[in-house]
Ligand binder design. Structure first.
Ligand code: FES
Length: 168
């Protein structure tokens, strides 16, 4: 049971989420920050997590769910071991991000927002990653940390993914 709000104990104890909720639960207008940090921790927003955040913040689950589905940055499904964030910001867009996406889709058989059947890779199109001079760029978040790949071509993106597959 939550010692602050009395909510029933969830299946997970949400230990990692506690510092976030302690900081933001009572701060008005902080729902998006809470959801962003929650997603950073768990990779996605499960229904169970949404219910727990609701119990701790007093914001109705339907409202949290509405916010989570309104913003494309939030994921409601688990992601693969490696999250490919492919930049579609302006610089990457004009430098061929769509072709890079096509190469990833051809190689892994997944489109934006999808996860491979073996749960290894999820593809997410994102806005500017902040390294436009390397456009087109993708960042891969994996168990060993974040890796950035720049100046991508259809060939080099496949090579980069094959490199990850070889060690995954
Ligand atoms: S537009 Fe892609 S990194 Fe900035």
């Amino acid at each position: 049971m939550c010692d602050k709000c009395g909510a029933a104990a969830p299946r997970s104890d949400f230990k990692e989420l506690e510092p976030v909720l302690e900081k933001y639960a009572d701060v008005e207008g902080s729902l998006i920050s809470i959801l962003q940090k929650t997603q950073d921790i768990y990779g996605y927003l499960s229904l169970e997590t949404i219910n727990y955040i609701s119990a701790r913040t007093g914001v109705a689950p339907a409202k949290i769910y509405g916010v989570a589905t309104f913003y494309t940055q939030f994921r409601l499904e688990p992601i693969g071991e490696y999250l490919i964030m492919l930049c579609h910001g302006t610089a990457c867009h004009v430098n061929g991000a769509a072709l890079i996406e096509e190469a990833i889709t051809d190689h892994l058989g997944i489109s934006d927002g999808e996860t491979t059947e073996d749960n290894k890779f999820t593809l997410n199109n994102v806005a500017c990653l902040g390294c436009c001079s390397l456009a087109p760029v993708m960042m891969v978040k994996g168990p060993d940390g974040d890796e950035t790949f720049g100046n991508l071509t259809k060939e080099s993106v496949v090579k980069a993914i094959e490199g990850i597959q070889a060690r995954a």
